[in-house]
Design a protein around this ligand. Structure first.
Ligand SMILES: Nc1ncnc2c1ncn2[C@@H]1O[C@H](COP(=O)(O)OP(=O)(O)OP(=O)(O)O)[C@@H](O)[C@H]1O
Length: 835
């Protein structure tokens, strides 16, 4: 039968098939949309649940925290009350002991007088009496002698008890003490000679010592919001307090020094606030004679007191050695080192960490001294080597940190000192064991550490100048071998006159002095970071971020007794700097030494929540990408790669992101950095202030992300670019707020007419052509890492004599948080254009 093909039927069939296909496609789309809706619902549900959980958690947390705080408050109050009552008892005991001690001399005198009278009576009676009477008188004499012996013994025991009570009292007050000295208003406070416009109000006194332990900063200047802040310290000195009064509060630490404690006294404050005056005394003045002595600072007075205390000990049992070190532009200089002609020259030294985890300066020079006059002569002879430079704030400003170390060696330490020695030897052994467990090669890598204390102590030469018989920065306590070999017992007194923090604008420094200022501010900032890490009991304390903190590591974080003497100027002109110094002191007081580390549960919880949120976001992101790829109906015919695949690549692997164009400068590049000139381009930016780089970058990133997602006047999506740059402009001094400007490069298609941001905190920035020195590094970026890389770059630029501006600088990131490997970060330092 012939096959008759009805074309209409075929078409109808095809239409039917196509309709069927269409229906199935539509059904599929419906299915996917339903699935999508379900997913959205689930996501909304999850988010709602998360938010609820979060709110509940927050509420529970707040409740728990409140309860915990109450418990802590109650326990603190009861502990405080207990402590106060103990202190009261101790004070009472101390008063009694003092009374006994004072009365004892009179009592002894009276008793000896009585004895003498009785002996006189006895001898006169002897002349006129018989043998029996002689015997009874002799017995009486013996009894009296015995009671005299007993009194002597009692006096010795009381003296020992007084000593123990003294140390307990110092211990109760804590190992870090902060004193504050407000200096008087001085003629240069009116700012004459400064180019800055300074009104009469700037000499107004705004910092006041209201009593022995409280200082108040009170400023109600017109046009400024009122400021009234109170700070409490262990002792506050008012401008009228003499050098003697300041030293009286420091003096007890010298008793501790001979009782086996390392002691560090450090003056901190803004330039011109009186640190050198407090530590050394005013140098132009003659310190001889009683008036001169009264003007002396802590260093000469401490040396005098130390030699007075030593003179009370058996002769020839104590020796004192001095070393003087300067930290200048992040270099350690030995000011006692002499060249071949015997001329002092300030030789460069290294700081190393020993196998016991303490810091040490190999090849440091020491001089044996026999009196405080010797010490002062030595210090005066090297002070001329100390870096100084006139600034608009202070015409004799010290540009370096000065560390004078008096190392006391004792052949006959007292019982307390021996106990301390045992304690320290134990700690040293623990530290060593820990380190060796961690790195078995540690001992081999550090031959210095293998030398025992007594081996090293025999190396002293006959000349007063010699290479170290020990290291001054080394722990006072000898190694375990030394303790068995009866090596002399060593403690060290470190006296530190820090360079002053300063605001570059106010001090008016330029050129080399600007670099000095930057080094000073950076090292003080590192000191502040170390105290912050110790106060928060962080597992890593960044001692090695600066030579100053590395050098003072044992004094700050070890078991030394540390006294921070905050020096502040009283006038309104320096209010910001004074507030910063007082903040530093408050931070130092929060450091608790030798307390066991608590696990930070809140931090753990926060980390967990962060992890859950990031995982959910990641999942949601992947799902919506898949959905959009499926929804791109015409992707098969599209010549370009699907946009969503591009988005996935950008987000997960940071591929295909546009970068701002630059011209590399091949001539000036070095193996460890590049030089790039970026063209004039438009960027989208936001500015934040604060202390934490990560927090600022996160907030900044979020604001900019909203902009590129359509939070702009055109409601237009703007493509993501790389890098995200963060311009970091540190505050005038340590612990000051830093300004962070976070920016995205606007992609080429929007460069000519970028959409205006809707968020008032976000702004368009036209960056003129600029040249930067670039150092690249990998891994996940953080503040510490970027700072280390910045310091490395600065060192390289200094080495090559490059012309650059050290602040502000850029920290740049190229990758999303989803990228795990081959991450790229950069620090940029701007090339200086003006001569
Ligand atoms: N308590 C005080 N009484 C009298 N004069 C003082 C007092 N404190 C400081 N001065 C004077 O103020 C000036 C600046 O003091 P000093 O040199 O000690 O400052 P500084 O903090 O060491 O500064 P820098 O960090 O710049 O070296 C000096 O002339 C000093 O004599």
């Amino acid at each position: 039968m012939p096959l008759f093909i009805n074309r209409d039927q075929i078409f109808a069939h095809q239409v039917h098939l196509l309709e069927h296909k269409l229906r199935s496609k539509e059904e599929r789309i419906l299915e996917l949309e339903t699935e999508n809706a379900i997913l959205h619902l689930r996501l909304a549900d999850c988010l709602g649940k998360l938010r609820r959980d979060h709110a509940e958690e927050a509420e529970a947390e707040a409740q728990k925290r409140w309860q915990h705080q109450r418990v802590v408050q109650q326990s603190t109050q009861s502990a405080l009350a207990k402590l106060l009552s103990e202190v009261q008892i101790l004070k009472q005991d101390l008063r009694e002991v003092f009374a006994v001690y004072v009365n004892f001399a009179t009592e002894l005198e009276n008793q000896s007088r009585l004895l003498l009278e009785q002996v006189g009576q006895a001898s006169s009676a002897l002349q006129g009496h018989h043998g029996n009477d002689v015997h009874s008188l002799q017995a009486q004499m013996e009894a009296l002698e015995r009671s005299l012996q007993e009194e002597k013994e009692r006096s010795r025991t009381e003296r020992e008890r007084r000593k123990i009570l003294h140390n307990t009292l110092v211990e109760l007050r804590g190992n870090i003490r902060v004193h504050c000295r407000v200096r008087p208003v001085l003629p240069f406070d009116d700012g004459q000679g400064s180019t800055l416009a300074i009104g009469p109000a700037t000499t107004e006194e705004v910092v006041q010592a209201v009593n022995d332990d409280t200082v108040v900063v009170n400023c109600t200047r017109m046009g400024n919001p009122g400021l009234n802040k109170m700070f409490e310290f262990e002792r506050v000195h008012c401008p009228e307090d003499s050098q003697d009064a300041v030293f009286e509060e420091v003096k007890p630490l010298l008793t501790s020094l001979l009782d086996g404690y390392n002691v560090c006294i450090m003056a901190y404050g803004q330039t011109g606030s009186g640190k050198t005056h407090t530590m050394i005394g005013s140098q132009a003045e003659d310190h001889s004679g009683p008036q001169g002595e009264a003007r002396q600072g802590v260093i000469p007075k401490a040396a005098t007191e130390l030699f007075r205390l030593i003179s009370e000990k058996p002769a020839e049992t104590h020796t004192v050695e001095v070393s003087v070190v300067e930290v200048y532009n992040n270099e350690v200089l030995d000011l006692l080192a002499k060249d071949e002609d015997g001329v002092a020259m300030g030789a460069k030294r290294d700081v190393i960490t020993t196998s016991t985890g303490t810091s040490e300066v190999p090849s440091l020079s020491y001089v044996l001294v026999r009196s405080s006059a010797d010490v002062m002569q030595l210090i005066s002879s090297v002070l001329r080597l100390r870096a100084r430079c006139p600034t608009l704030v202070h015409r004799d400003s010290s540009r370096s940190h000065l560390i004078v170390t008096l190392t006391v060696s004792s052949k006959s330490p007292n019982a307390l000192a021996l106990a301390r020695r045992l304690q320290s030897v134990k700690k040293d052994m623990q530290r060593k064991a820990q380190k060796e467990w961690w790195s078995p090669r540690c001992r081999r890598a550090n031959p210095m550490a293998r030398q025992s204390g007594d081996e090293r102590s025999t190396s002293s030469s006959s000349s007063p100048y010699h290479s170290p018989s020990h290291s001054p920065i080394h722990s006072s306590c000898p190694s375990p071998r030394a303790s068995t070999a009866q090596a002399p017992f060593r403690t060290k007194l470190q006296l530190v006159d820090l360079a002053g923090s300063e605001c570059v604008g106010m001090s008016g420094v330029t050129g080399a002095a600007l670099w000095e200022t930057s080094c000073i501010n950076r090292s003080l900032s590192a000191l502040s970071d170390v105290l912050g890490a110790l106060a928060e009991q962080r597992p890593h304390v960044p001692y090695r971020n600066s030579k100053l903190t590395h050098l003072l590591q044992d004094a700050i974080g070890g078991d030394a007794k540390l006294l921070v003497m905050l020096c502040v100027s009283p006038t309104q002109r320096y209010m910001t700097e004074s507030l910063q110094s007082l903040g530093f002191g408050t931070r130092a007081r929060q450091v608790q030494k030798d307390t066991p580390r608590r696990k930070n549960i809140a931090l753990k919880l926060k980390k967990n929540v962060k992890y859950i949120v990031s995982t959910l976001t990641h999942q949601w992101f992947r799902r919506s990408c898949e959905y959009q790829v499926l929804n791109e109906k015409d992707f098969r015919t599209d010549q370009k790669p699907p946009t969503m695949l591009k988005t996935i690549g950008q987000a997960l692997f940071s591929t295909g992101l546009q970068n701002p164009k630059f011209t590399p400068n091949e001539e000036n590049k070095a193996p460890d950095y590049e030089v790039r000139t970026y063209q004039t381009t438009n960027w989208i930016s936001t500015t934040l202030t604060g202390m934490e780089q990560e927090a600022a970058m996160n907030t900044g990133f979020r604001r900019l992300f909203n902009y590129i997602q359509g939070n702009n006047h055109n409601k237009e999506k703007v493509e993501m670019t790389a890098p995200v740059t963060c311009l970091v402009d540190p505050g005038a001094g340590p612990a000051c707020e830093t300004t962070f400007t976070v920016s995205f490069y606007i992609p080429e298609e929007h460069q000519a007419d970028p959409p205006q941001p809707s968020d008032p905190d976000v702004f368009l920035e036209n960056r003129k052509e600029f040249t930067v020195f670039v150092r690249t590094y990998g891994g996940f970026n953080n503040m510490q890492k970027s700072r280390e890389e910045l310091l490395n770059l600065l060192e390289s630029l200094q080495r090559d004599g490059a012309c650059y501006k050290d602040i502000p600088y850029y920290v740049c990131g190229y990758d999303s948080p989803f990228k795990l490997v081959n991450r790229r970060n950069e620090v940029w330092i701007l090339q200086k254009t003006e001569p």
